[in-house]
Design a protein around this ligand. Structure first.
Ligand SMILES: N[C@@H](CCC(=O)N[C@@H](CS)C(=O)NCC(=O)O)C(=O)O
Length: 218
């Protein structure tokens, strides 16, 4: 177990390495939320998540860590192969693999969102994203045992927010589905979690991570 401030420092470095990509945009309303199958320790998924934050749309994240059984198998059934990220947009009946396609699709459909600098770098973008995974010591890659909540949690915190990353890594490892909004609720600060299953709501990475472990670890 790493000392928590060191965790935060490493997550901060991971954000710095992305040169500001994944900043929150003003919220964009969609008829239904999009669904993203992904895992935090995947450099391609980071590119897709940065595009989600830049677009302002809310996305239902179904985390698919390695070894996970809760959502991983459905990606093969839905799209034909187990590759991540995988996006479903029920508003346009679009399903797609490929991080760069997902980023371009979000810009075209829900933009105009600023294209993060790193996203202009093509293959170098993914190599740079891989450094973020290394800095985080592959957090958010492998599954941890958990109980599945009945309803998805609701989580607020943009991709570039270091504290939000610490929470998303745990949500991912525990395969806890969550409706992800990048901007915090009015009058609140991110990271912020609301759990419709228990009525609990809280802010701060440390408190949220403790709550998730106490409530959903099995
Ligand atoms: N070209 C794809 C590559 C995606 C990819 O290779 N993703 C890896 C995870 S980083 C994957 O799906 N691996 C299979 C697995 O995890 O089972 C993209 O840009 O999205």
């Amino acid at each position: 177990m790493i000392f928590p401030p060191l965790h935060f420092a490493l997550s901060f470095v991971a954000s710095v390495l992305r040169l500001g990509a994944g900043a929150p945009a003003a919220p964009v309303e969609t008829r239904e939320p999009l669904t993203l199958y992904e895992f935090e320790g995947c450099p391609y998924c980071r590119v897709a998540r940065e595009a989600v934050s830049a677009s302002g749309v809310a996305v239902l994240v179904r985390p698919c860590p390695k070894g996970g059984k809760r959502f991983r198998p459905s990606v093969r059934n839905l799209g034909g192969m187990a590759q991540f990220p995988f996006l479903i947009d029920p508003n346009t009946d679009v399903t797609m693999y490929e991080s760069a396609h997902i980023a371009a699709y979000l810009r075209k459909t829900y933009g105009p969102a600023p294209r993060p600098f790193m996203h202009w770098l093509g293959p170098l973008n993914v190599i740079a994203s891989q450094f973020g995974v290394l800095v985080r010591l592959a957090a958010g890659t492998f599954v941890k045992r958990s109980r599945a909540p009945q309803q998805p949690l609701e989580f607020f915190g943009a991709e570039r927010n270091p504290g939000a990353r610490l929470v998303k890594e745990l949500l991912c490892e525990m395969e806890l589905a969550y409706l992800w909004r990048s901007a915090p609720p009015a009058g609140e600060t991110a990271p912020y979690l609301s759990d419709p299953n228990t009525g609990e709501a809280m802010r701060g990475a440390r408190a949220i991570r403790r709550y998730l472990r106490e409530t959903y670890r099995s």
